[in-house]
Design a protein around this ligand. Structure first.
Ligand code: PBG
Length: 333
């Protein structure tokens, strides 16, 4: 008689990763990445002289706000616990040097004051710091007589714009023009004027992208040509890391990669290379593409949105700018 225990016959794999996917509770417990309202920033457009909010046809669900409809949108964002809002202004009159961006009575500066008065400290109020919404040629800087974008002459205007936005009460400025040295010049201007608490979210690795198309409609841009002499070239990831490191040296508090989806590798590389928060901008074309497919019934809209934003977080973004921010915060409740 033997007291040997018979070895059961192994009929399948002993290591089974599927076990941790069995129930929603288990999946939730082991999730490596979270998506939370505080990580989301809502970009908003406000247009001068507008009587009613104006839909943007290539961005279904997104509007150009009036000064008063903007306040409803930012109030909602605050109630939902978003991280912040990023303001873009569309002036009635554009000119060669983007005067409307610097004028204290310009639409963006007025909107900053309105929004800060409305939401106080409940949201981080950020503003786009760039000339393209304000110039009649649609470029992010002023032009030389032969039509090139003049880096160093533009820097002085960015400094003035930063001062106007700080005087209006902004918490954080977002230089998005990709001029060399822009962060240093803006930081110095703010510091000299004792706006040392105004922080800088630098659009550091910003690529010349076909996915900005709907944004051009959103800000009534009249851009002729392209931005390839100042925005980055899509083949270059190492250069995105270089731009981010430079911006940090110049005083950036947060660095951003933009667009997000076609540049998730750059988000990861920047995240691994720096020790400041990293943001990524889920831009207009990324929004439009998903909305268009969902409207056709080709993809399931809400899961696709959540998967998209989770992928940007998983790539390494601490903060995500997205036109779905308020809707997603509601879904996450
Ligand atoms: C420049 C700016 C742009 C966007 C944000 N800031 C346009 C550009 O650089 O051409 C694009 C945002 C989007 O597409 O959602 N002020």
């Amino acid at each position: 008689m033997s007291d040997e225990v018979p070895t059961p016959e192994i009929t399948g794999p002993s290591v089974r990763p599927r076990r941790l996917r069995t129930t929603p509770a288990l999946r939730r417990m082991v999730a490596e990445t979270s998506l939370e309202p505080r990580q989301l920033v809502l970009p908003v457009f406000v247009r001068e002289g507008l009587a009613e909010p104006q839909p943007i046809s290539s961005m279904p669900g997104v509007v150009q706000h009036t000064r008063s409809s903007l306040l409803a949108a930012v109030n909602e964002a605050a109630e939902l616990g978003l991280g912040g809002v990023m303001l873009f202004g569309i002036p009635e009159h554009k000119d060669a040097t983007g005067t409307g961006g610097i004028d204290p009575a310009g639409i963006l500066n007025l909107a900053i004051t309105d929004v800060v008065a409305e939401v106080g400290d409940a949201l981080t109020v950020m503003s786009d710091l760039c000339l393209d919404e304000f110039t009649d040629h649609g470029h992010c800087g002023v032009l030389t007589p032969d039509g090139r974008v003049d880096n160093d002459r533009t820097l002085g205007l960015y400094a003035e714009m930063a001062l106007a936005q700080a005087a209006a009460g902004v918490d954080m400025v977002g230089p998005s023009g990709m001029m060399d040295g822009q962060v240093a010049v803006i930081r110095a201007a703010l510091d000299v004027a004792e706006h040392t608490d105004v922080s800088i979210l630098a659009y550091s690795a910003k690529y010349a992208s076909a996915f900005y198309g709907p944004f051009r409609e959103a800000v009534d841009s009249s851009l002729q040509g392209d931005r390839r002499t100042y925005q980055q070239d899509s083949p270059n990831a190492r250069e995105g890391v270089r731009e981010a490191l430079l911006d940090i040296e110049e005083g950036a508090d947060i660095v951003m990669v933009k667009p997000a989806l076609a540049y998730l590798d750059v988000v990861r590389r920047v995240r691994d290379a720096v020790d400041v928060p990293v943001a990524a901008y889920n831009i207009s074309g990324e929004y439009a593409m998903l909305e268009a497919a969902a409207a056709q019934g080709w993809i399931d809209r809400e899961p696709a949105i959540l998967e998209t934003l989770t992928s940007i977080r998983r790539a390494g973004a601490d903060i995500v700018l997205t036109y779905w921010a308020s809707e997603v915060a509601r879904l996450l409740r």
